[in-house]
Design a protein around this ligand. Structure first.
Ligand code: GLY
Length: 396
């Protein structure tokens, strides 16, 4: 090779390397900017509810804020978001609010009338414990896990989700319930009481058998016969139809089996998560930016709303799942995540400071069939977005 040719090849190589770095840097700067914006926006939110005793942000609909008390299944998400923001930037003001809103959730450690204890406590106290090591939080989490365990019926082998609609459902379990098992696994590790783990594993295993269809999409609600422990109904609640793939439910399943593999190293959970990921990524109705419509089978597609929360839960799960798969699959998952994060961080999804009721993200869908929180911000979209940003930043 002559000198001139060597020179051109070298320049070409340098250009290639630089282009790669620019792309990597630019995702890093997307993440940093997203965090900066989220911190400012969330401080506005934290101040807004500071003196509203026991209240939490819920959504922003028709130009109006909606809020809840700690009983709403989402009460742990705003404190959890503050924990992720504190973990990122160590801002003392954010820490003050993370503690304040976390304490507001404490009474839910006695919740025994629904399954959402895991969502409420693990996102708030769980993150608080992970980040600060605060001793007091351990008792709250353990008491919460004991409360959740009261909803386990050994005859059925699952944690019961809801107590309503008993005329139709004998023992309803929803796909979302997989998310509560992380608290049970934490309690087993902490207390060395294996019964928490047995409950979690039994729930995960029975869900694996009964909640999924042959294509690895999932039903929303499976109700079990109380005597036999066999499903007697498979239906939807928030989806388009009983046999449709409600988007957030699919993401809950993906997230659930991903962390179940992390915690147990049971290969069946890893395979399940990979199958769910495959179903979602290759779904014909998945938009190019990988922000799903509210249901993959919504009859109105493309003239219907997206669900940013389904995208943030999926992104966060895929980032973790990419740690457990081969290089080819990892690349595929991270390309999807790259698209999702860049889209969510763009003006299309990220609200301007002080707008959108002080929520970070726009365009989620809470419960379409109930005309509730449609194309609205939601605390869990913001929470899993910040979790995804945190997970991504640690891996760059
Ligand atoms: N866990 C309730 C929901 O995802 O809407």
């Amino acid at each position: 090779m002559n000198k001139k040719k060597t020179h051109i090849s070298l320049l070409f190589l340098i250009a290639l390397i630089t282009a790669g770095q620019v792309k990597a840097q630019s995702l890093k700067s997307v993440i940093n900017k997203a965090f900066e914006n989220a911190e400012q926006q969330s401080l506005l939110m934290a101040k807004k509810y500071e003196n509203q005793q026991g209240r939490f942000p819920r959504s922003f609909e028709g130009g109006k804020d909606t809020s809840s008390d700690s009983r709403w299944w989402c009460s742990g998400f705003f404190p959890g978001s503050l924990w992720y923001l504190y973990e990122n930037n160590k801002n003392e003001e954010v820490l003050k609010y993370a503690k304040l809103y976390t304490d507001r959730v404490e009474r839910e450690k006695y919740t025994t009338d629904n399954h959402d204890v895991g969502f409420m406590l693990y996102c708030s106290f769980g993150n608080g414990l992970r980040i600060t090591g605060e001793e007091r939080y351990k008792e709250v989490l353990l008491t919460g896990a004991k409360s959740l365990a009261t909803r386990y019926d050994a005859n059925v082998g699952l944690i019961r989700s809801w107590d309503h609609n008993t005329a139709v459902w004998q023992y309803p379990v929803i796909i979302d319930n997989l998310m509560n098992l992380e608290l049970m696994l934490w309690a087993a590790n902490y207390s060395k009481d294996e019964s928490f783990k047995k409950i979690a594993i039994s729930h995960a295993d029975k869900s694996l058998v009964h909640h999924f269809r042959p294509d690895y999409s999932s039903y929303h609600v499976v109700s079990y016969d109380k005597k036999t422990g066999v499903p007697h109904k498979k239906q939807t609640h928030q989806g388009a139809a009983d046999d449709s793939a409600w988007s957030r439910g699919q993401s809950w399943g993906l997230y659930g089996y991903t962390y179940l593999y992390r915690e147990t190293k049971d290969k069946r959970y890893l395979e399940q998560a990979k199958h769910i990921a495959n179903f979602l990524i290759n779904h014909p109705q998945m938009p190019k930016d990988f922000i799903p419509y509210w249901d993959y089978n919504a009859p109105q597609i493309p003239n219907t709303t997206r669900d940013a929360s389904a995208a943030t839960v999926m992104a966060s799960a895929l980032i973790e799942l990419s740690d457990f798969v081969d290089a080819k699959l990892k690349k595929k998952y991270m390309q999807v995540v790259d698209k999702q994060i860049r889209t969510l961080a763009s003006d299309e999804y990220t609200a301007k400071l002080g707008e959108n009721g002080d929520f970070i993200l726009k365009h989620s869908t809470g419960a379409f069939p109930f005309k509730s929180e449609i194309d609205a911000p939601l605390t869990y979209a913001d929470y899993y977005y910040l979790e995804a940003l945190t997970r991504l930043k640690k891996r760059l």
